[in-house]
Design a protein around this ligand. Structure first.
Ligand code: PLP
Length: 419
């Protein structure tokens, strides 16, 4: 559920007309609903109220510092995957003892930054990384808290690019290697092994893969505990799907109903890392139609947003609903490709989409764009990045300005020998 709705023929975010926002900041632009963000966070938090848990919001989904601050104020922590994300999380006031650090390629510099910041723990993805963390911690004369990320070899039945828990995946440590790695970890002088982590993929629309993965992890934790290891945290990752078009993913309550009984069998603090399910439907990308173009056997609607602004359709063939900001009941329904200005055939927002034919100048809302939208944006074709706007009730707040042409060349220079 979200807070983008029509009043009459006009699309609103909460109490603010999209048209009004566009008049202030232009197009393309991202718009997020404060109310939706809060509701989604609490839906998760309340679903698991009867077990001790920490929600470490996966900030790679949407890392604007205003979004982070808003979630942190509700009690959220952060799941980070880089030094840059750690910087953002700390800037936004996420308490360092609620920050967990995942990712297969943490550099020594990032490890040092995280240790200096005293984050809750690293989610370690390989033996090599474990030794690196031990080494950095040794030079700093501290101990690093870690969980090992287990690859439970579960098929999450989602898009191959976003499934992470299969044997062939680069993520985590294979289940059959896990005991050996935990033993190794527990012998390192500057490592405290405190948890087990697992994250099997993204946009999961069934509870069964979660249940299967958790059963495997529980079994491992019981074995580790019986061997005297003090495992205090079980991190079940993120991955709960959202509705982009026809999907019917479980509500956090249904997920909780299926897995809470399992989680209650273990005396561990539970960490979860939802990303998409918190922010995905809390945001839209608004774009203006530039031209209608008649192809040989296609009709193109050319808009001012492109794959550099929203990569998911090009990268994953992902579906995003596209709705008019102003409904026009008399427009004929046509099948069109909605494409951007970038010089790539892969630059599209929708293909063969049946929709009321928009006209040049019309505004379109690309729905469910709050997750992996702006965070995947680039400057390809030297296109300045879009602004981001947060709406709360009757107020709109610009939480990121549109980039200028000067921003595009910031840091670049022409060597003197060229003069
Ligand atoms: C991406 C990611 C998440 C969040 O996934 P969503 O599908 O957005 O919920 C959580 N944990 C880890 C380790 C991730 O890489």
């Amino acid at each position: 559920m979200h807070d983008f709705h029509y009043k009459g023929d006009e699309l609103f975010c909460e109490e603010v007309a999209i048209q009004h926002i566009v008049e202030q900041v232009g197009t393309p632009c991202y718009i997020y609903s404060h109310r939706t963000l809060i509701r989604h966070f609490h839906a998760f938090d309340e679903a698991f109220h009867d077990i001790p848990h920490l929600i470490a919001y996966a900030m790679k989904a949407n890392s604007n510092i205003a979004v982070l601050k808003l979630l942190a104020k509700e009690g959220s922590g952060a799941d980070i995957v880089s030094g840059g994300e750690l910087f953002r999380a700390l800037k936004a006031g996420v308490p360092s003892d609620k920050i967990v650090f995942a990712g297969v390629g943490k550099s020594p510099k990032e490890i040092r930054y995280a240790l200096e910041s005293n984050i809750l723990m690293f989610n370690v993805e390989s033996p090599g990384e474990l030794l690196q963390i031990d080494e950095v911690a040794r030079t700093m004369n501290v101990r690093a808290r870690v969980a090992l990320r287990i690859n439970p070899d579960i098929d999450p039945q989602t898009h191959p690019y976003i499934s992470t828990g299969l044997k062939k995946s680069k993520f985590g440590i294979a289940s059959d290697q896990a005991l050996k790695e935990f033993e190794l970890a527990s012998q390192l002088a500057h490592i405290d092994v405190i948890g087990v982590h697992c994250h099997i993929g993204s946009q999961l629309t069934k509870v069964a893969p979660f249940v299967d993965a958790i059963k495997k992890v529980l079994h491992l934790i019981q074995t580790l505990k019986s061997q005297g290891m003090d495992i205090r945290y079980m991190n079940i990752g993120g991955g709960l799907g959202i509705t982009y078009s026809e999907e019917t993913p479980p509500h956090p309550k249904e997920l909780a109903a299926a897995i809470s009984p399992l989680l209650q069998t273990i005396s561990c603090q539970i960490i979860m890392e939802p990303g998409r399910s918190i922010v995905g439907n809390a945001g839209i990308l608004v774009t203006r139609v530039l031209y209608n173009k008649e192809g040989t056997n296609k009709q193109f609607v050319i808009v001012d947003a492109a794959m550099n602004d929203l990569l998911r359709p090009s990268l994953y063939d992902a579906h995003h609903d596209i709705q008019p900001v102003l409904k026009n009941e008399s427009a004929p329904v046509n099948t069109v490709d909605v494409v951007g200005p970038i010089c790539e055939s892969g630059d599209f927002l929708a293909k063969d989409r049946k929709m009321p034919q928009p006209q040049s100048g019309d505004l379109l809302a690309v729905m469910s764009a709050g997750a992996y939208g702006f965070t995947m944006a680039s400057n390809y074709n030297s296109r300045p990045k879009t602004p981001e706007v947060l709406v709360k009730d009757h107020h709109m707040m610009v939480i990121r300005e549109r980039e200028s042409y000067e921003d595009l060349i910031r840091g670049e220079s022409i060597p003197e020998i060229f003069e």
